[in-house]
Design a protein around this ligand. Structure first.
Ligand code: 9UX
Length: 71
């Protein structure tokens, strides 16, 4: 299991948090997601054999937000 902190632009209310949490949680290989509105960040625990940052980026952007960094 690996963990990453994603920096996400565009979240401005609690519903955004729910939408981003759901989008990331639905990815195969993502085990745990914690999204913080303040700071615009998401902590993601995942299996790197099954999912990668590009898949997370696609999910975040399909939901209408922007993934600006992952570390
Ligand atoms: Mo809240 Mo977020 O009304 O895109 S859902 S701003």
């Amino acid at each position: 299991m690996r963990e990453l902190v994603l920096k996400i632009d565009g979240m401005t209310c609690g519903h955004c948090v729910h939408t981003v949490t759901k989008a990331l949680s639905e990815l195969d290989g993502v085990e745990d997601v914690h999204v913080e509105l303040e700071g615009g960040r998401a902590e993601v625990a995942f299996d790197p054999a099954r999912v990668d940052v590009e898949a997370m980026r696609r999910a975040v952007e399909a939901a209408g937000y922007t993934l600006v960094a992952a570390e």
